[in-house]
Design a binder for this molecule. Structure first.
Ligand code: AMP
Length: 190
């Protein structure tokens, strides 16, 4: 099964993804985590990405596509994966669709986590990550609106969008996610 998570920073993608991959028995791929790991490892990719991340901007598509392409080809992704934080632009989504078509493994569901702006700001303020300063948060929300929100329409047109009300306890939100995913499970057995 292949699942993508879409939602603004602070919507709970990381927390819910971690639970959902356990539930579905698939591999968790977070492009944000991969980039932070590259920074810790001091690689060229880490250096390249660092400035964009610190500014709350997106790392350019070619860099992301190379990174995720290498990762997706590894055997632990063959039986399925959950992408958390990818795609984040229409360009990424189209390139990803092309890849999935070549592999003959369609995307089953795109989960949109929906939260009010007030709640987002409250959650982000409590998180304490280095790219969570108020200025960077505002930029990251703006980046989401401009670059990533169009994906909602894109996946809606494909008939695979599920919008989840992400206000509530972690358990309540997870329950909604599982129900939404179950509606799309018949699409593929792997
Ligand atoms: P995240 O942990 O998903 O919030 O990502 C943290 C930061 O990494 C983002 O603010 C971007 O700068 C960068 N990033 C993560 N995923 C992507 C992506 N798919 N495309 C571009 N930039 C990304």
């Amino acid at each position: 099964m292949r699942v993508v998570f879409i939602g603004p920073p602070g919507a709970g993608k990381g927390t819910q993804s971690a639970r959902l991959v356990k539930h579905l028995g698939i591999t968790h791929l977070s492009t944000g985590d991969m980039l932070r790991q590259a920074q810790r490892d001091n690689t060229e990719l880490g250096h390249l990405a660092g400035e964009y991340m610190a500014a709350g901007q997106l790392v350019p598509d070619p860099i992301i596509l190379r990174m995720i392409g290498e990762r997706l080809s590894k055997p632990d992704c063959w039986r399925g994966c959950l992408l958390d934080g990818f795609p984040r632009t229409l360009g990424q989504a189209k390139a990803f669709d092309e890849y999935l078509r070549e592999q003959g493994t369609p995307l089953d569901v795109a989960l949109e986590l929906k939260v009010t702006e007030e709640e987002l700001l409250r959650r982000l303020a409590g998180r304490g990550r280095s790219d969570d300063s108020p200025e960077v948060i505002i930029q990251r929300l703006k980046t989401y609106e401009e670059a990533t929100r169009p994906l909602i329409n894109y996946y809606s047109q494909q008939g695979i969008l599920e919008t989840i009300d992400a206000i509530g306890t972690t358990d309540e939100v997870f329950q909604r996610i599982v129900e939404a995913v179950d509606r799309h499970r018949h699409h593929s057995s792997t």
